[in-house]
Write a protein that binds this ligand. Structure first.
Ligand SMILES: C[S@@+](CC[C@H](N)C(=O)[O-])C[C@H]1O[C@@H](n2cnc3c(N)ncnc32)[C@H](O)[C@@H]1O
Length: 207
């Protein structure tokens, strides 16, 4: 796959500026932990021993997950500055930080128990979405989680003054329609008004 305009955007200046703005203040990590609490609870019967975040940026989900699970943590991230921070801040070991993107990950089939995205599929062009989901599905052995903006119908939304950089839809249905071997474990809504996050929808699927 040739690299998309969206991916180049995240690898270059926009991605660097986004990464520099990132904060992992304690209050922010508490909000992340609260977001993950119901997902981790839904996994309680058969918890993952390895978790991969695709598009981890500075690793705020991984930092929260470190407190919530004993699973070994991995990241795939296209932006070099963000990958460096994951390593220098010791979020996860350097060997577990991979240069790549959702549609191209240098990991074997079924390598990781739980693979997830958070605010990443929204930045994948609709033409590349199925290929990205196929790659995530290939690497995940037991679970896939998806935390993204929801819309009933696919639509593009202006993103920080840029066109063609944010696309929302019913990602849960996209996953289920593409992969008949997935079943929904649980899903939920994170309400901006009470949580400190944007309005997010999460899905947890079992393979
Ligand atoms: C909005 S940030 C979300 C960061 C993090 N997942 C979170 O929830 O805080 C999007 C991240 O995904 C990365 N990214 C963009 N396109 C990607 C793709 N196609 N595959 C994997 N990561 C991507 C960006 O470099 C950036 O770090």
């Amino acid at each position: 796959m040739t690299e998309s305009d969206q991916l180049r955007f995240w690898r270059a200046q926009f991605g660097n500026e986004y990464t520099r703005r990132g904060t992992h203040a304690a209050a922010h990590l508490r909000e992340r932990a609260a977001l993950w609490a119901p997902i981790i609870a839904a996994l309680a019967g058969a918890p993952p021993t390895s978790i991969l975040e695709v598009g981890a940026n500075i690793g705020n989900n991984l930092r929260a997950l470190r407190q919530l699970t004993d699973a070994e943590l991995f990241a795939v991230e296209p932006n070099a500055m963000a990958r460096d921070l994951l390593i220098t801040d010791q979020v996860i070991p350097a060997a577990n930080v991979h240069d790549g993107h959702a549609a191209a990950m240098d990991l074997p089939d079924a390598a990781i128990d739980l693979v997830f995205t958070s605010g990443v599929l929204i930045h994948v062009h609709p033409d590349d979405l199925a290929e990205s989901c196929r790659e995530i599905h290939r690497v995940a052995s037991r679970y896939i989680a998806c935390i993204e903006y929801f819309a009933d119908q696919p639509r593009e939304v202006p993103y920080r003054g840029h066109a063609e950089r944010l696309f929302t839809r019913d990602f849960g249905s996209f996953w289920l329609d593409l992969f008949p071997d997935l079943e929904t474990v649980d899903y939920g809504f994170i309400w901006k008004r009470l949580t400190g996050h944007d309005n997010l929808t999460w899905w947890l699927f079992r393979k």
